[in-house]
Design a protein around this ligand. Structure first.
Ligand code: HEM
Length: 447
């Protein structure tokens, strides 16, 4: 089914996808747009829009290299300030293109979401602070088609991880398959190598995830999992999974080799921010609605959610597990991971929901011979989150106290405290530690 997305429209696609899959049915990512070779990535890049929609594509090409962050006070930003204002004025004067004419093809709609949300973030974050008082009005030519496309795709009208990582690349050599060495990221807001390398880092994790998904699918599809031979096969799969998670941990642990923390924090990350209470975004020409407007985060990567769903990590603190959550754990946003799913493509959300219903942790509880291997896998994921906390500390918490790159001049900034908040406004350390502790509580203990 993953490969068919090129030709199918939404209605056909939704009709073909099983709403629920019983445990006796084979579980396959193909039914949920998960490609056996490229995982959550489409196997081919999304094609640019044509006809009257090429207006948006051209607007995006024009934005690159011209628009700088509104808070940027550097010389280059100053020199480009007038060009930026012209770009925004042009966008405001665009016709409101009827998004219904895009049709129903999933890939076309995804491309439209990608282009329109990139335009949205270029528009909002390049506004000079003098124009950001009270609300931020998203002009009608952008707001109306973006909301229409998002509603069709059941995605929020805002930049998501899928837009910047899964749908933002082209092949270097179209004759060769997708790999880290054969992909080029196209829309890089800040134009920095750090931003490109962050996308590549995320892509490395996504592609590692392909191996992980294969193992997960094998385990949940084992017939009669309580037989000796099945137990032996599942144990081997858990060992393989530990190896893959350890590799993921290395990938993230080495982030600072290619992603520069100070540039990441000051020049790249602000482009992905969503609406905030101080200056909420208002979509002109669209009936008022409570959209999810949190912004893009690697927390929306379906790969990590798949591991959590498979192992049954309880981020929501709904189960009684040991050790009991600390006061800090309880203060964290326990619905964060659930919310992040709302920013994922509908098909991937459905994949995770179905995977969760396979209840592998319950199976392990019934088959004590699997416990040690299951626990080894949970421990590997906990180690990943330990390292991820270190990365979050280095890239966010420490940088919130740092000075911006000299090229940005004297950036206008809020206080330290709000600057070390994660997507959704939670203090980063509280949120990441809560995830780590929820993973620790997943370990099965002796009764
Ligand atoms: C420079 C690299 C990275 C930094 C600085 C970073 C930072 C953060 C921060 C601050 C959060 C809190 C939520 C937010 O603000 O969005 C977060 C959450 C998260 N990130 Fe990362 N991240 C990085 C790379 C990655 C990669 C490559 C992955 C994918 C494997 C990933 C997976 C996640 C997940 C799944 C969450 C949700 C919380 C959790 O599972 O513990 N991150 N990250």
């Amino acid at each position: 089914m993953g490969r068919l997305l090129d030709s199918v429209d939404l209605t056909t696609y939704r009709a073909a996808r099983p709403e629920t899959s019983s445990n006796s049915q084979a579980f396959s990512g193909r039914m949920y747009d998960v490609d056996p070779d490229t995982g959550f990535f489409p196997s081919q890049p999304l094609r640019p829009l044509s006809g009257e929609f090429s207006l948006w594509e051209r607007g995006l090409v024009d934005a690159r290299g011209v628009l700088k962050l509104g808070v940027d006070r550097g010389q280059e930003a100053f020199a480009k300030c007038a060009l930026g204002e012209q770009w925004r004025q042009r966008l405001r004067s665009w016709p409101v293109v009827d998004a219904r004419k895009l049709g129903d093809k999933v890939r076309t709609l995804r491309r439209a979401h990608y282009v329109l949300t990139c335009l949205l973030h270029f528009y909002v974050h390049s506004l000079p602070s003098s124009q950001v008082q009270g609300q931020i009005i998203i002009p009608r030519p952008l707001a109306v088609p973006l909301v229409a496309v998002s509603q069709k795709l059941m995605l929020p009208p805002i930049l998501t991880f899928a837009d910047i990582v899964l749908w933002n690349w082209e092949f270097i050599d179209p004759e060769q398959p997708l790999s880290l060495n054969n992909m080029r990221y196209v829309n890089v807001f800040s134009g920095t190598e750090t931003e490109t390398n962050f996308y590549l880092l995320s892509a490395a994790a996504e592609l590692k995830g392909v191996e992980m998904l294969r193992i997960i699918e094998r385990v949940v599809n084992v017939p009669c999992p309580t037989t000796q031979s099945a137990i032996a096969a599942i144990k081997r799969d858990f060992e393989e999974l530990v190896r893959v998670i350890d590799e993921l941990t290395i990938i993230i642990g080495e982030a600072s080799k290619t992603v520069h923390p100070n540039t990441f924090y000051w020049a790249a990350r602000p482009w992905w921010n969503g609406s905030d209470a101080a200056a909420p975004w208002v979509f002109e020409g669209v009936p008022p609605s409570s959209f999810d407007l949190g912004g893009a985060s690697a927390g929306q990567s379906s790969v990590m959610h798949a591991l959590d769903a498979f192992l049954d990590v309880d981020h929501g603190l709904k189960q009684t597990r040991q050790p009991a959550p600390s006061a800090e754990n309880r203060r964290s946003d326990t619905s964060f991971m659930e919310k992040m799913r709302r920013y994922m493509p509908e098909e991937h959300r459905a994949y995770l929901a179905q995977l969760q219903k396979r209840h592998v942790r319950d199976l392990v509880q019934r088959v004590p011979a699997l416990r040690e291997h299951y626990n080894m896998t949970v421990a590997a994921l906990k180690k990943f989150r330990d390292i991820h906390i270190r990365i979050g500390t280095l890239f966010i918490i420490s940088q919130a106290k740092s000075t911006p790159p000299a090229s940005m001049g004297s950036v206008e900034v809020e206080g330290n405290e709000s600057r070390s908040k994660g997507t959704g406004g939670n203090p980063v350390s509280t949120l990441l530690k809560a995830g780590r502790d929820a993973t620790q509580r997943t370990l099965l203990r002796d009764e």
